[in-house]
Design a protein around this ligand. Structure first.
Ligand code: OOG
Ligand code: NI
Length: 458
Protein backbone atom coordinates (compact mmCIF):
# COMPACT_ATOMS: atom_id res chain seq x y z
CA UNK A 1 0.00 0.00 0.00
CA UNK A 2 1.33 3.42 -0.87
CA UNK A 3 -1.02 5.72 0.98
CA UNK A 4 0.20 4.93 4.48
CA UNK A 5 1.04 7.83 6.76
CA UNK A 6 4.67 7.99 7.89
CA UNK A 7 5.10 6.98 11.57
CA UNK A 8 6.95 10.29 12.15
CA UNK A 9 3.84 12.16 11.03
CA UNK A 10 1.60 10.07 13.29
CA UNK A 11 3.97 10.87 16.19
CA UNK A 12 3.74 14.56 15.26
CA UNK A 13 -0.08 14.42 15.41
CA UNK A 14 0.04 12.54 18.70
CA UNK A 15 2.51 14.84 20.44
CA UNK A 16 0.46 17.88 19.37
CA UNK A 17 -2.77 16.25 20.59
CA UNK A 18 -1.16 15.33 23.92
CA UNK A 19 0.13 18.86 24.37
CA UNK A 20 -3.30 20.37 23.65
CA UNK A 21 -4.98 17.96 26.05
CA UNK A 22 -2.47 18.64 28.84
CA UNK A 23 -2.82 22.40 28.32
CA UNK A 24 -6.56 21.99 28.97
CA UNK A 25 -6.04 19.74 31.96
CA UNK A 26 -3.18 21.69 33.58
CA UNK A 27 -3.32 25.39 32.59
CA UNK A 28 0.08 26.09 34.20
CA UNK A 29 1.61 23.87 31.52
CA UNK A 30 0.46 26.39 28.91
CA UNK A 31 2.11 29.22 30.88
CA UNK A 32 5.32 27.20 31.03
CA UNK A 33 5.30 26.56 27.26
CA UNK A 34 4.93 30.30 26.65
CA UNK A 35 7.80 31.10 29.05
CA UNK A 36 10.08 28.50 27.47
CA UNK A 37 9.35 29.81 23.98
CA UNK A 38 10.13 33.40 25.05
CA UNK A 39 13.43 32.37 26.65
CA UNK A 40 14.43 30.18 23.67
CA UNK A 41 13.77 33.04 21.26
CA UNK A 42 15.86 35.38 23.37
CA UNK A 43 18.75 32.90 23.61
CA UNK A 44 18.75 32.36 19.84
CA UNK A 45 18.50 36.10 19.11
CA UNK A 46 21.44 36.78 21.43
CA UNK A 47 23.62 33.94 20.13
CA UNK A 48 23.70 33.91 16.30
CA UNK A 49 26.42 31.23 16.33
CA UNK A 50 24.20 28.84 18.27
CA UNK A 51 21.30 29.64 15.96
CA UNK A 52 23.44 28.97 12.86
CA UNK A 53 24.90 25.77 14.33
CA UNK A 54 21.46 24.41 15.27
CA UNK A 55 20.08 25.37 11.87
CA UNK A 56 22.94 23.67 10.00
CA UNK A 57 22.68 20.56 12.16
CA UNK A 58 18.92 20.36 11.48
CA UNK A 59 18.19 20.86 15.19
CA UNK A 60 16.25 24.10 15.06
CA UNK A 61 12.91 23.01 13.63
CA UNK A 62 12.37 20.37 16.28
CA UNK A 63 12.86 22.76 19.18
CA UNK A 64 9.33 24.14 19.32
CA UNK A 65 7.68 20.73 19.17
CA UNK A 66 10.17 19.07 21.47
CA UNK A 67 8.91 17.62 24.70
CA UNK A 68 8.80 14.45 26.74
CA UNK A 69 6.07 12.98 28.87
CA UNK A 70 5.86 10.33 31.57
CA UNK A 71 3.44 7.55 32.46
CA UNK A 72 3.36 4.80 35.09
CA UNK A 73 1.93 1.38 34.30
CA UNK A 74 0.58 -1.40 36.49
CA UNK A 75 1.08 -4.71 34.70
CA UNK A 76 3.22 -6.56 32.18
CA UNK A 77 0.26 -6.73 29.82
CA UNK A 78 -0.14 -2.95 29.97
CA UNK A 79 3.54 -2.42 29.20
CA UNK A 80 3.42 -4.68 26.19
CA UNK A 81 0.24 -3.01 24.80
CA UNK A 82 1.83 0.40 25.24
CA UNK A 83 4.94 -0.81 23.42
CA UNK A 84 2.77 -1.84 20.45
CA UNK A 85 0.91 1.48 20.57
CA UNK A 86 4.11 3.54 20.52
CA UNK A 87 5.61 1.42 17.73
CA UNK A 88 2.82 2.68 15.42
CA UNK A 89 4.31 6.16 15.96
CA UNK A 90 7.93 5.10 15.45
CA UNK A 91 8.80 5.08 19.17
CA UNK A 92 10.87 2.21 20.56
CA UNK A 93 12.05 1.28 24.06
CA UNK A 94 15.55 2.65 24.68
CA UNK A 95 17.45 2.15 27.92
CA UNK A 96 16.63 0.51 31.26
CA UNK A 97 16.34 2.62 34.40
CA UNK A 98 16.31 0.95 37.81
CA UNK A 99 14.73 3.32 40.32
CA UNK A 100 14.64 0.85 43.21
CA UNK A 101 18.02 2.28 44.27
CA UNK A 102 16.19 5.48 45.16
CA UNK A 103 13.49 3.67 47.11
CA UNK A 104 10.99 3.82 44.26
CA UNK A 105 9.13 0.59 43.48
CA UNK A 106 9.40 1.03 39.69
CA UNK A 107 11.69 0.34 36.77
CA UNK A 108 11.48 2.17 33.47
CA UNK A 109 12.39 2.68 29.86
CA UNK A 110 11.99 5.58 27.42
CA UNK A 111 10.00 5.13 24.23
CA UNK A 112 11.51 7.35 21.56
CA UNK A 113 12.44 7.57 17.88
CA UNK A 114 15.90 6.21 17.11
CA UNK A 115 16.88 7.29 13.59
CA UNK A 116 18.56 10.67 13.03
CA UNK A 117 15.91 11.81 10.53
CA UNK A 118 13.06 10.75 12.83
CA UNK A 119 14.65 12.54 15.79
CA UNK A 120 14.99 15.76 13.88
CA UNK A 121 11.37 15.55 12.67
CA UNK A 122 9.95 15.19 16.16
CA UNK A 123 11.86 13.63 19.07
CA UNK A 124 8.79 13.05 21.31
CA UNK A 125 9.68 10.64 24.10
CA UNK A 126 7.70 9.01 26.90
CA UNK A 127 9.43 7.94 30.12
CA UNK A 128 7.48 4.81 30.98
CA UNK A 129 7.61 3.13 34.37
CA UNK A 130 6.28 -0.23 35.47
CA UNK A 131 5.27 -0.64 39.08
CA UNK A 132 6.96 -3.50 40.95
CA UNK A 133 4.40 -4.94 43.32
CA UNK A 134 6.91 -7.67 44.20
CA UNK A 135 8.89 -5.07 46.15
CA UNK A 136 5.99 -4.33 48.53
CA UNK A 137 6.38 -5.73 52.00
CA UNK A 138 2.64 -6.03 52.57
CA UNK A 139 1.90 -9.11 50.43
CA UNK A 140 -1.87 -8.92 51.01
CA UNK A 141 -1.92 -5.39 49.71
CA UNK A 142 0.22 -6.38 46.72
CA UNK A 143 -2.27 -9.14 45.89
CA UNK A 144 -5.21 -6.75 46.25
CA UNK A 145 -3.46 -4.23 43.99
CA UNK A 146 -2.83 -6.92 41.37
CA UNK A 147 -6.53 -7.87 41.44
CA UNK A 148 -7.61 -4.27 40.95
CA UNK A 149 -5.19 -3.78 38.06
CA UNK A 150 -6.29 -7.01 36.40
CA UNK A 151 -9.75 -5.53 35.95
CA UNK A 152 -8.84 -2.47 33.96
CA UNK A 153 -8.28 -2.09 30.24
CA UNK A 154 -6.11 0.93 29.53
CA UNK A 155 -6.18 0.76 25.72
CA UNK A 156 -9.59 1.26 24.06
CA UNK A 157 -10.81 -1.59 21.87
CA UNK A 158 -10.77 0.71 18.83
CA UNK A 159 -7.15 1.63 19.53
CA UNK A 160 -6.28 -2.06 19.89
CA UNK A 161 -7.96 -2.81 16.58
CA UNK A 162 -5.98 -0.02 14.87
CA UNK A 163 -2.72 -1.22 16.43
CA UNK A 164 -3.41 -4.68 14.98
CA UNK A 165 -4.29 -3.10 11.65
CA UNK A 166 -1.00 -1.20 11.63
CA UNK A 167 0.92 -4.36 12.47
CA UNK A 168 -0.79 -6.27 9.66
CA UNK A 169 -0.72 -3.69 6.89
CA UNK A 170 2.61 -2.12 7.89
CA UNK A 171 1.15 1.24 8.89
CA UNK A 172 -2.03 3.32 8.94
CA UNK A 173 -3.77 5.45 6.33
CA UNK A 174 -4.34 9.09 7.22
CA UNK A 175 -7.97 8.62 8.39
CA UNK A 176 -6.94 5.53 10.36
CA UNK A 177 -4.03 7.46 11.91
CA UNK A 178 -6.30 10.31 12.94
CA UNK A 179 -8.71 7.89 14.58
CA UNK A 180 -5.78 6.07 16.21
CA UNK A 181 -4.43 9.30 17.73
CA UNK A 182 -7.87 10.23 19.10
CA UNK A 183 -8.21 6.75 20.61
CA UNK A 184 -4.65 6.67 21.97
CA UNK A 185 -5.30 9.97 23.73
CA UNK A 186 -7.99 8.24 25.81
CA UNK A 187 -5.33 6.07 27.46
CA UNK A 188 -3.47 9.10 28.85
CA UNK A 189 -6.40 11.27 29.89
CA UNK A 190 -6.92 12.22 33.53
CA UNK A 191 -9.91 10.55 35.25
CA UNK A 192 -11.06 12.14 38.48
CA UNK A 193 -13.27 9.12 39.25
CA UNK A 194 -11.14 6.64 41.16
CA UNK A 195 -11.75 2.92 40.68
CA UNK A 196 -11.29 2.20 44.40
CA UNK A 197 -12.98 3.31 47.63
CA UNK A 198 -11.37 5.82 49.98
CA UNK A 199 -10.17 3.15 52.39
CA UNK A 200 -8.39 1.14 49.70
CA UNK A 201 -6.84 4.34 48.38
CA UNK A 202 -5.49 5.11 51.86
CA UNK A 203 -3.96 1.65 52.20
CA UNK A 204 -2.29 1.91 48.79
CA UNK A 205 -1.14 5.42 49.60
CA UNK A 206 0.36 4.30 52.91
CA UNK A 207 2.34 1.60 51.10
CA UNK A 208 3.66 4.19 48.62
CA UNK A 209 2.13 7.20 46.92
CA UNK A 210 3.25 5.86 43.60
CA UNK A 211 1.29 2.67 44.16
CA UNK A 212 -1.87 4.66 44.87
CA UNK A 213 -1.29 6.74 41.75
CA UNK A 214 -0.96 3.70 39.50
CA UNK A 215 -3.57 1.40 41.01
CA UNK A 216 -6.48 3.72 41.89
CA UNK A 217 -7.41 5.05 38.46
CA UNK A 218 -8.78 3.86 35.14
CA UNK A 219 -5.61 4.50 33.23
CA UNK A 220 -2.03 5.79 33.18
CA UNK A 221 -2.74 9.53 33.08
CA UNK A 222 0.13 11.50 31.60
CA UNK A 223 1.76 13.01 34.69
CA UNK A 224 3.84 15.72 33.02
CA UNK A 225 4.90 17.06 29.64
CA UNK A 226 8.27 18.72 29.48
CA UNK A 227 9.38 21.33 26.95
CA UNK A 228 13.05 21.74 26.07
CA UNK A 229 14.65 25.06 26.93
CA UNK A 230 17.97 26.48 25.76
CA UNK A 231 18.54 28.17 29.15
CA UNK A 232 17.12 26.30 32.11
CA UNK A 233 18.59 28.68 34.72
CA UNK A 234 16.80 31.58 33.10
CA UNK A 235 13.47 29.73 32.97
CA UNK A 236 13.94 28.62 36.60
CA UNK A 237 14.59 32.25 37.57
CA UNK A 238 11.52 33.54 35.72
CA UNK A 239 9.08 30.83 36.83
CA UNK A 240 8.03 32.55 40.08
CA UNK A 241 7.19 35.73 38.11
CA UNK A 242 4.63 33.68 36.22
CA UNK A 243 3.23 32.13 39.38
CA UNK A 244 5.08 28.82 39.07
CA UNK A 245 7.14 27.51 42.02
CA UNK A 246 10.07 25.30 40.93
CA UNK A 247 11.87 22.72 43.07
CA UNK A 248 15.00 23.93 44.86
CA UNK A 249 17.74 22.40 42.74
CA UNK A 250 18.19 21.65 39.05
CA UNK A 251 18.94 17.94 38.58
CA UNK A 252 21.92 16.74 36.59
CA UNK A 253 25.19 18.45 35.65
CA UNK A 254 25.94 22.09 36.53
CA UNK A 255 25.63 25.01 34.14
CA UNK A 256 28.53 24.83 31.68
CA UNK A 257 29.78 26.33 28.42
CA UNK A 258 29.50 22.98 26.68
CA UNK A 259 26.26 21.53 28.06
CA UNK A 260 26.35 17.78 28.67
CA UNK A 261 23.54 15.23 29.02
CA UNK A 262 20.42 16.63 30.60
CA UNK A 263 19.46 19.23 33.20
CA UNK A 264 15.91 19.17 34.61
CA UNK A 265 13.73 20.97 37.07
CA UNK A 266 10.07 20.55 37.97
CA UNK A 267 7.30 22.35 39.77
CA UNK A 268 5.02 20.91 42.40
CA UNK A 269 2.26 18.51 41.59
CA UNK A 270 -1.30 19.79 41.69
CA UNK A 271 -3.66 18.66 44.41
CA UNK A 272 -6.74 17.62 42.47
CA UNK A 273 -10.24 16.68 43.58
CA UNK A 274 -11.11 13.03 43.06
CA UNK A 275 -14.21 10.95 43.67
CA UNK A 276 -13.74 7.59 45.32
CA UNK A 277 -16.16 4.69 45.06
CA UNK A 278 -18.82 4.27 47.70
CA UNK A 279 -19.71 6.53 50.62
CA UNK A 280 -17.19 9.08 51.87
CA UNK A 281 -16.38 9.70 48.22
CA UNK A 282 -14.77 13.15 48.02
CA UNK A 283 -10.98 13.36 48.25
CA UNK A 284 -7.85 14.68 46.62
CA UNK A 285 -4.91 13.18 44.77
CA UNK A 286 -1.57 14.68 43.81
CA UNK A 287 -0.19 13.33 40.59
CA UNK A 288 0.42 15.82 37.87
CA UNK A 289 3.22 18.35 37.66
CA UNK A 290 5.34 20.37 35.27
CA UNK A 291 8.96 20.03 34.27
CA UNK A 292 11.50 21.70 31.98
CA UNK A 293 14.68 20.29 30.58
CA UNK A 294 17.83 21.49 28.86
CA UNK A 295 19.62 18.96 26.69
CA UNK A 296 23.34 18.88 26.00
CA UNK A 297 25.72 16.54 24.22
CA UNK A 298 25.47 12.76 24.62
CA UNK A 299 28.43 11.13 26.38
CA UNK A 300 30.45 8.05 25.49
CA UNK A 301 30.84 5.30 28.08
CA UNK A 302 34.05 6.99 29.29
CA UNK A 303 32.32 10.38 29.48
CA UNK A 304 29.40 8.86 31.33
CA UNK A 305 31.68 7.17 33.85
CA UNK A 306 33.32 10.54 34.53
CA UNK A 307 29.90 12.17 34.89
CA UNK A 308 28.75 9.50 37.34
CA UNK A 309 31.93 9.94 39.38
CA UNK A 310 31.62 13.76 39.56
CA UNK A 311 27.97 13.46 40.55
CA UNK A 312 28.62 10.80 43.21
CA UNK A 313 31.35 12.96 44.73
CA UNK A 314 29.00 15.94 44.78
CA UNK A 315 26.28 13.99 46.53
CA UNK A 316 28.72 12.64 49.07
CA UNK A 317 29.87 16.19 49.83
CA UNK A 318 26.51 17.98 50.03
CA UNK A 319 22.94 16.81 50.47
CA UNK A 320 19.79 18.80 49.81
CA UNK A 321 17.10 18.53 52.51
CA UNK A 322 13.40 17.79 51.99
CA UNK A 323 12.52 21.51 52.11
CA UNK A 324 15.40 22.51 49.84
CA UNK A 325 17.81 23.24 52.71
CA UNK A 326 21.44 23.30 51.62
CA UNK A 327 20.61 23.96 47.96
CA UNK A 328 23.30 26.65 47.69
CA UNK A 329 26.02 24.39 49.14
CA UNK A 330 24.94 21.62 46.82
CA UNK A 331 25.31 23.83 43.73
CA UNK A 332 28.75 25.00 44.96
CA UNK A 333 29.85 21.38 45.41
CA UNK A 334 28.47 20.46 41.97
CA UNK A 335 30.42 23.26 40.30
CA UNK A 336 33.57 22.33 42.20
CA UNK A 337 33.42 18.60 41.40
CA UNK A 338 32.67 19.15 37.69
CA UNK A 339 35.85 21.18 37.22
CA UNK A 340 37.29 17.73 36.45
CA UNK A 341 35.05 17.51 33.34
CA UNK A 342 36.47 19.27 30.23
CA UNK A 343 34.20 22.12 29.22
CA UNK A 344 34.65 22.72 25.51
CA UNK A 345 33.28 20.67 22.66
CA UNK A 346 36.60 20.24 20.91
CA UNK A 347 38.25 18.66 23.95
CA UNK A 348 35.21 16.49 24.58
CA UNK A 349 35.52 15.21 21.02
CA UNK A 350 39.29 14.71 21.00
CA UNK A 351 39.21 12.92 24.35
CA UNK A 352 36.29 10.75 23.16
CA UNK A 353 34.12 11.82 26.08
CA UNK A 354 31.14 12.85 23.92
CA UNK A 355 29.37 11.78 20.72
CA UNK A 356 29.31 13.89 17.55
CA UNK A 357 27.72 13.76 14.12
CA UNK A 358 29.89 14.62 11.16
CA UNK A 359 28.94 16.46 7.98
CA UNK A 360 30.88 17.52 4.91
CA UNK A 361 30.97 21.18 3.98
CA UNK A 362 32.32 22.09 0.53
CA UNK A 363 35.37 20.34 -0.83
CA UNK A 364 38.60 19.07 0.64
CA UNK A 365 41.81 20.13 -1.11
CA UNK A 366 43.64 16.92 -1.96
CA UNK A 367 44.10 13.97 0.35
CA UNK A 368 44.01 14.96 3.99
CA UNK A 369 46.44 13.41 6.45
CA UNK A 370 43.80 12.84 9.12
CA UNK A 371 40.33 13.74 10.34
CA UNK A 372 41.69 16.54 12.55
CA UNK A 373 43.20 18.23 9.50
CA UNK A 374 39.85 18.08 7.69
CA UNK A 375 38.12 19.61 10.69
CA UNK A 376 40.76 22.34 10.95
CA UNK A 377 40.30 23.14 7.22
CA UNK A 378 36.54 23.54 7.71
CA UNK A 379 35.65 20.81 5.18
CA UNK A 380 34.43 18.51 7.94
CA UNK A 381 32.19 19.71 10.75
CA UNK A 382 31.44 17.82 13.98
CA UNK A 383 28.07 18.73 15.52
CA UNK A 384 27.40 17.58 19.08
CA UNK A 385 24.76 14.85 19.25
CA UNK A 386 21.88 15.84 21.50
CA UNK A 387 21.41 13.50 24.47
CA UNK A 388 18.01 11.93 23.75
CA UNK A 389 17.66 9.86 26.93
CA UNK A 390 17.21 10.23 30.68
CA UNK A 391 19.32 9.95 33.84
CA UNK A 392 18.33 7.59 36.67
CA UNK A 393 19.53 9.78 39.55
CA UNK A 394 17.80 12.83 38.06
CA UNK A 395 14.63 10.86 37.36
CA UNK A 396 14.59 9.73 40.99
CA UNK A 397 14.91 13.38 42.04
CA UNK A 398 11.99 14.37 39.81
CA UNK A 399 9.85 11.50 41.17
CA UNK A 400 10.79 12.38 44.75
CA UNK A 401 10.08 16.08 44.47
CA UNK A 402 6.58 15.21 43.38
CA UNK A 403 5.93 12.64 46.04
CA UNK A 404 5.71 15.33 48.74
CA UNK A 405 7.27 15.02 52.16
CA UNK A 406 6.23 11.44 52.92
CA UNK A 407 8.99 9.48 54.59
CA UNK A 408 10.95 7.57 51.99
CA UNK A 409 10.38 3.87 51.96
CA UNK A 410 13.51 1.84 51.51
CA UNK A 411 13.83 -1.11 49.21
CA UNK A 412 16.86 -3.16 48.38
CA UNK A 413 18.43 -2.12 45.11
CA UNK A 414 17.12 -4.74 42.76
CA UNK A 415 17.65 -4.05 39.09
CA UNK A 416 15.85 -6.66 37.07
CA UNK A 417 16.17 -5.84 33.41
CA UNK A 418 15.27 -9.40 32.42
CA UNK A 419 11.92 -9.18 34.19
CA UNK A 420 11.28 -5.78 32.64
CA UNK A 421 12.06 -7.05 29.15
CA UNK A 422 9.91 -10.13 29.69
CA UNK A 423 7.00 -7.83 30.57
CA UNK A 424 7.75 -5.57 27.61
CA UNK A 425 7.88 -8.50 25.23
CA UNK A 426 11.19 -7.43 23.71
CA UNK A 427 14.63 -6.20 24.72
CA UNK A 428 15.38 -2.51 25.24
CA UNK A 429 17.95 -0.89 22.94
CA UNK A 430 21.21 0.28 24.49
CA UNK A 431 21.36 4.07 24.00
CA UNK A 432 25.17 4.28 23.83
CA UNK A 433 25.19 1.96 20.83
CA UNK A 434 22.72 4.24 19.01
CA UNK A 435 24.88 7.35 19.45
CA UNK A 436 28.02 5.42 18.44
CA UNK A 437 26.33 4.18 15.28
CA UNK A 438 25.15 7.67 14.31
CA UNK A 439 28.68 8.98 14.86
CA UNK A 440 30.33 6.24 12.81
CA UNK A 441 27.79 6.30 9.98
CA UNK A 442 27.99 10.09 9.68
CA UNK A 443 31.79 9.99 9.56
CA UNK A 444 31.78 7.34 6.82
CA UNK A 445 29.28 9.33 4.78
CA UNK A 446 31.07 12.67 5.21
CA UNK A 447 34.52 11.27 4.42
CA UNK A 448 33.19 9.47 1.35
CA UNK A 449 31.52 12.67 0.18
CA UNK A 450 34.82 14.53 0.61
CA UNK A 451 36.72 11.89 -1.34
CA UNK A 452 38.68 10.94 1.77
CA UNK A 453 37.84 7.24 1.81
CA UNK A 454 41.47 6.44 2.56
CA UNK A 455 40.92 7.72 6.12
CA UNK A 456 38.21 5.18 6.83
CA UNK A 457 40.51 2.21 7.32
CA UNK A 458 42.45 4.05 10.00
C1 OOG B 1 8.77 10.06 35.88
C2 OOG B 1 9.87 10.86 36.51
C3 OOG B 1 11.13 10.89 35.66
C4 OOG B 1 12.29 12.48 34.04
O1 OOG B 1 12.17 13.40 33.21
O2 OOG B 1 13.39 12.09 34.44
C5 OOG B 1 11.06 11.88 34.55
C6 OOG B 1 7.52 10.02 36.69
O3 OOG B 1 7.38 10.79 37.65
O4 OOG B 1 6.66 9.21 36.33
O5 OOG B 1 10.06 12.23 34.03
NI1 NI C 1 10.23 14.05 33.02
Amino acid sequence: MTDLMHPDDIRGLFSKAMSDMYRDEVPQYGDLIDLVRDVNNEVLAGDPDLQAQMQAADELDRLDVERHGAIRLGTAEELSSIRRMFAVMGMYPVGYYDLSVAGLPVHSTAFRPIETAALSRNPFRVFTSLVRLELLEDRDLAAAAADILAQRQIVTSKALFLIETAELQGGLTKPQAEEFVAQALETFRWHSDATVDAETYERLHDAHRLIADVVSFKGPHINHLTPRTLDIDEVQRLMPERGIAPKAVIEGPPRRNAGILLRQTSFKALEEPVKFKGADAAGTHTARFGEIEQRGVALTAEGRALYDRCLAETRAAAAVGGQGQGAGDYVDALNAKFVAFPDDLDTLRREKLAFFRYRAVGQAAGQAGDVEALIASGALVADPQVYEDFLPVSAAGIFQSNLGSDAQSTYDAAANQDAFEAALGTTVTDPTGLYAKIQNDSLVEALTQLGQGHLLAA
